[in-house]
Design a binder for this molecule. Sequence first.
Ligand SMILES: Cc1cc2nc3c(=O)[nH]c(=O)nc-3n(C[C@H](O)[C@H](O)[C@H](O)COP(=O)(O)OP(=O)(O)OC[C@H]3O[C@@H](n4cnc5c(N)ncnc54)[C@H](O)[C@@H]3O)c2cc1C
Length: 900
Amino acid sequence: MDIPPIDDRLHLDCDVLVVGGGTAGTMAAITAAERGARVLVVEKAHVRHSGALAMGMDGVNNAVIPGKATPEEYVAEITRANDGVVNQKTIYQTATRGYAMVRRLERYGVKFEKDEYGEYAVRKVHRSGSYVLPMPEGKDIKKVLYRVLRRRDIRERVRIENRLMPVRVLTAGGRAVGVAGFHTRSGRFATVSAGAVILATGACGRLGLPASGYLYGTYENPTNAGDGYAMAYHAGAELSGIECFQINPLIKDYNGPACAYVANPFGGYQVNNRGERFVDSDYWSGQMMAEVKRELDSARGPIYLKLTHLPEESLAALENILHSTERPTRGIFHAGRGHDYRTHDVEMHISEIGLCSGHSASGVWVDEHGATTVPGLYAAGDLACVPHNYMIGAFVFGDLAGEHAAAHHVEPPFELPEDQVAAAHELIYRPLRNPDGPPQQQVEYKLRRFVNDYVAPPKTASKLEIALETFERMRGEIASMGARTPHELMRCAEVDFIRDCAEMAARASLTRTESRWGLYHDRADLPERDDARWLFHLNLRKRADGVMEFIKRPVEPYLVPVPEFQPVPGEPVVIAEHARVAAAKAATVRKERAVVGRSPRILELNRLAEEQPDLERLAPYLADEDPKVRRAAIATLTETVPEGVGPALAAALGDGHGTVRRAAAAGLRELVEVLPRSDELRDGLVERAGSSDPVVRATVLDVLRALRLGTRELFTAGVNDADHRVRIEGIRGLVSLDDAEAVAAAAVDPSREVRVWVAKGLGLIGKPSPALATLAADPDPLVRAAALEASGETGAPLVELAQIALSDPAWQVRVGAARCLAAADPRTAVGPVAAVLTDDNLDVRKAAAITLSRWVSWPEAEAALQSALADPDADVRAYARRALRSSAVGEREAGEEARP
Ligand SMILES: Cc1cc2nc3c(=O)[nH]c(=O)nc-3n(C[C@H](O)[C@H](O)[C@H](O)COP(=O)(O)OP(=O)(O)OC[C@H]3O[C@@H](n4cnc5c(N)ncnc54)[C@H](O)[C@@H]3O)c2cc1C
C-alpha cells in the first residue's frame, strides 16, 4: 500500500470516546450512553470477539457477595496481597460495587453459579474469604455484552468502529481532546475529536517472550500489546507500579492458565514431583509465584496440577468448564499429548512477564472514578492501576469511567493539534517507506528476548542497565522495520508500544531499590523489603520536555486499617529524571473461519443477526429443512434475544434432530437469567418433559427449577427417570422446594452420582434425615463422604459413625468425617480429629486442621495446630497458622478490653 496523505482521513467526533471494546470498554460505552452521551467505541479487532473475554470466562475471581464476604475484608485482603501499596479508595469501589455489577450482568443474561435456592455459590479459593463465583456457562459473556451494545436504545447513542486502532491520544492545553490512528484493514488514516477519552485497551501481554518462543502464545490476550500504557504515557499521564509485573501459573507448552481457581474448589491442587503440596502463600500474591518458581528451579520440579485423584464426575465437570470456556483448544492440546486428567496430572509452568493491574498492580494511575492525571483522560480495566481488579473490577471501573466522562466531558474540539496528528501519521506509516526492512516478527522476538534476559525476575541493577541500553539502541531497529500491508502496520506500531513498556518496566524496576511483591519485583541484589523507604507508590510520567520523571507518592491513609502496614503521610516527591540519551507481517495470513455448512441461508442469518430481527423474521430459519440452518437460527435467537425467545427455544426442544435439540437446550440454559417467567414458557417446557432425549428432559427440569416454575410432581417424576442426569435435576428441583422427604427417598438410587447429590441436597436443606445414616453406610466411599459431611451441615452430625470413619481406608471418607465432626461437641471431637492431623493423606490433614480451627481455644486443639505448623503440606501449615494467629489476636483484644 502507499502512504495516504495526512489530509485524506476519516474524521469523527463524539462526546465520549472509548478506545478498546473489551470488558471495561463495552461497559464504559453502555453506561456513558445511558447517561446521555454520544459515544464512539474504536476497537482494533471486532467488538463481538475481542479482548480477554473473547472465549468467555469461567468465574469471577473477586466477587464480594453480601453474606459471603464484606467490602472491608476484601479491601484488607487486597492490601495484604499487594504488600500495603494500594490506594484503598479505588479498591473499595470494586468491593462495594462488584455485587451490583454481578446483578446487572445477570440482568443482561450472564449466568453465575447458584445453589438450589438461587443463592450465589461462591467458592473459597484463597486462604481467607470466599470470593470466587464460578460461571459454568461463562463462554457466552462477550456475546451477551455485544447484544446489549446493539440494543436499540444503546445503539442509537453508541457508534462502533471496528478495526480502528488509535496510536496516540491527542492533547491540547493539557487536556485529552481525541486520538489519531488508522484502519487496520484498509490502512486509512483516522482522527477523532472527543470531549473525553476512555482508554480500555487491556494489559501489556506481549512484554516477555513465552517459554514456547511463540510471539502470540502469551498468557494474556496477545492483541493487548501495551497500546494504552504507551498512549497514556505519551499523553503525559502518570503510571504506577510498573515494576510490579504480572506472572501467572500456566500449563506447560500451552498458553492457557492452569486454572487453579477452577480446579481447586473441585479438590485439585498444585504439587511438586514428589506429590507434595508446596504453595504456602495466598493465590493472588507475588509470593505464591516466588514459591512456584523456586519449586520449578529446584530438584523438586517440574510441578503439576494434580487432578488424577478426583472422582469421574468432578473430572467431567472440570473438562466441561476448562475445555469449553476461556481456552476451547485445551482439550485438543491434552488429547494431542495423549493425556487425560484421569491418568495424567497437568504439568505446569510460569508465564512470561507482562504489565496488568487486573492480575497484579501495574497500570495507569487513576482515582476512584477512573480519571487519570490528564484532564479528560480516563483509564479502566487491566490498564488502570487498581490492583487485582480482574474481570469484575474492569466492569466496575468501565462503569465508573463511563459515568464520570458522560457527566464531565467538554464539547469535542473543532480543531486538533496538527503537530501531534503529523507525528502519529509518521509513526503509523513509517514502515511503508522501507518495505524490505527487518520484519516485525524478528524485531519483536529480539526485543522480547532481551526483556526475558534482562528485565524478568530475578532482577539486578546490572541486568536492568543492560536492558535500558538495549531498548535505547533498538529504537533504530524499530524505526527501520518494514511493512507492506495495513495489518503489518498494526504489528509494527505494537512493537513500538512494547518497547515503550519495556523501557518503563526496566526503569521503574531500577528505581525501586528494594524487593516487594514476591516474584513480581524480586531484586536479587536487594532482597529485603524496605517499608521505611518504599511503602510508597512509584509513579512515572513523561514531562512536556520528553523526560521520564519518577514520583514517589505516599500511600493515602487506609480506609480499612491493616495492622501490618503503616503508611507514612506526606506529599509526592520527584525522585528521578531520565532524559533520552542520543542514540512482513507474518506469512500467517489467517483464514476467515469457514461458515458452518456454507449454506447461503446461514449467510443470510449472519446478516440478519446484525439487525436485531424479531421472532417472525427468524421463524422461517427455525423451520428450515436443513438442521444446520435451524441450529444457526437458534444461535441467532440466543444472541439477539427477541421477544418470545423462551417459548421458541422450548419449542425447538422438540426438534427431530439431536444437534438442534441440544442447541436449544444450551440456549435455554444460557439465557435462563433473562427469560421472562410466563405460563407460555412453562407450558412449552412441561410439554417437553416427556421427550425421548435425556438432555432435553434434564434441561427442562433445570430451567423450570431456576425459573421457579417447577412442581413437586414434575421433579418427583424426574427422580424416577431412567437417565441419571435427569434424576439429578429432579433432586435439585426437590431441594429447591425444601422437600427433604422426597429427596431422601432417592437414597437407594443405583447411580453413585445421584446418591452423592441426595446427600449434598439433604445437607443444603439443613434438616436432619435418617437417610443420611443409610448413605453414610453406602458401599461407595464418595457417597459415605458426602453423607457424613452433610450430616454436619444439618446440625445432627453422625458423630459415632464419623469417629469410626476417621480410619476408613478411603481418604475421601476420612475428609468427610473430619468435616462432619466440626458440628460435634468439641469435648468428644477434639481428640479424634487431632489424631488425624498425622494422617498420610494431605487432604485429610487439611480437613482436620480446618475443623480444629474452630476450637483453637481448647488446649488440645491448640497443641495439635502448633504441631501442624511443621506439616510437610503448605495448606495444612497455612490453616494452622491462620487459626493460631486469629486466636492470638482475639486474646490480645480481650486483654486490651480488660485493661482499665
Ligand atoms: C487467560 C485469562 C484468564 C482470565 N480468567 C479470569 C477469570 O476466570 N476470572 C476473572 O475475574 N478474571 C479473569 N481474567 C481477567 C479478566 O479477563 C480481565 O481482567 C478483564 O477482562 C480485562 O478487561 P479489559 O477491558 O481491561 O481488557 P480486554 O477485555 O482485553 O479489552 C481490551 C480491548 O482493547 C482492544 N485494544 C487494544 N489495543 C487497542 C488499540 N490500540 N486500539 C483499539 N483497541 C485496542 C483489544 O482488542 C481488546 O478488545 C482472565 C484473564 C486472562 C487473560
